[in-house]
Design a protein around this ligand. Structure first.
Ligand SMILES: C[S@@+](CC[C@H](N)C(=O)[O-])C[C@H]1O[C@@H](n2cnc3c(N)ncnc32)[C@H](O)[C@@H]1O
Length: 257
């Protein structure tokens, strides 16, 4: 799908915080080859690169729009266009980092072991993924898309929740790992402005649905969705909106040899 870097960076503080929480748990120092998969506009990649400034850092993303911003903002970092599901670098990494990207890919049973196989001995895979597919922000998109009015155009875009539970990842990854650190956090994000949750999902979960509609249908779909959102996430007396957001974190270190 096409990404919109401007819309995505509207909530950059909220989006950055889990990336920093993940980075704080990476147990190796200093890695020499680092890949940031699904690097987007590269703001997290740039923090990684400042943190380990002797390392070779490569940001990989499938979206040319996001990479164009990354290249413009951080010209000294290496950026590559590519699909994470085909990740097969010539030089294996000490650290593979991925913030808020792997939930866009299906089949994690194959994906995660494939990523681990691209690490050097003792290397680390560090991943953060939203785990809010059952939240009203997402369920209301899926429910609306499956109503008779929208199902022909949008029904096919509803996919099963791509992210599994903590036990599932632990059972998959612990036989392949020396150490595994896995946790979940719900951030109670305070958003400002009217239709704040709609503004948020416009750049992420809602995006594939809007992209298949013409302009008039976009307005209608958004209005129906916004009405449901206001019920699920009412604006507080001070004008803010509390938007609880669950995220799953996984840090896996492989054996030394
Ligand atoms: C929500 S953004 C996160 C960007 C960045 N990691 C951050 O923390 O700001 C998700 C990014 O994953 C990228 N992405 C999604 N599926 C991908 C795939 N199969 N291969 C490569 N990149 C992908 C998107 O293009 C987008 O830039």
């Amino acid at each position: 799908m096409a990404w919109n870097p401007e819309q995505y960076t509207l909530f950059s503080d909220h989006r950055l915080r889990p990336a920093l929480d993940l980075l704080a748990q990476v147990p190796i120092n200093p890695p020499s080859v680092i890949y940031d998969l699904g690097c987007g506009t590269g703001n997290v990649t740039s923090i990684i690169s400042q943190h380990w400034n002797d390392a070779v850092v490569v940001g990989i993303d499938s979206s040319e729009e996001m990479l164009a911003k990354a290249r413009g903002d951080h010209p000294s970092i290496e950026w590559k266009q590519g699909d994470i599901s085909n990740f097969n670098p010539t030089s294996k990494g000490n650290l593979i980092f991925s913030n808020a990207a792997l939930h866009w890919l299906d089949d994690h049973e194959t994906l995660f072991p494939m990523l681990l196989s691209n690490l050097r001995p003792g290397g680390v895979l560090a991943v953060q993924m939203p785990n809010n597919f059952n939240a009203p922000s997402h369920q209301n998109i899926y429910e609306l898309a499956q109503t008779p009015k929208w199902i022909d155009k949008l029904g096919g875009l509803v996919r099963p929740a791509p992210v599994h539970n903590i036990n599932w990842y632990f059972d998959l990854l612990s036989p392949l790992a020396r150490r595994i650190n896995i946790w979940e956090t719900t951030y109670f994000q305070v958003l400002e402005g009217k239709n704040a949750v709609l503004e948020w999902t416009r750049s992420t979960a809602l995006r594939p649905f809007l992209q298949t509609l013409d302009e008039k249908s976009v307005d209608t779909f958004e209005a129906e969705y916004a009405e449901r959102l206001l019920e699920a996430y009412p604006q507080r007396r001070d004008g803010s909106t509390l938007f609880p957001f669950s995220r799953l974190f996984i840090v896996v270190q492989t054996d030394e040899d």
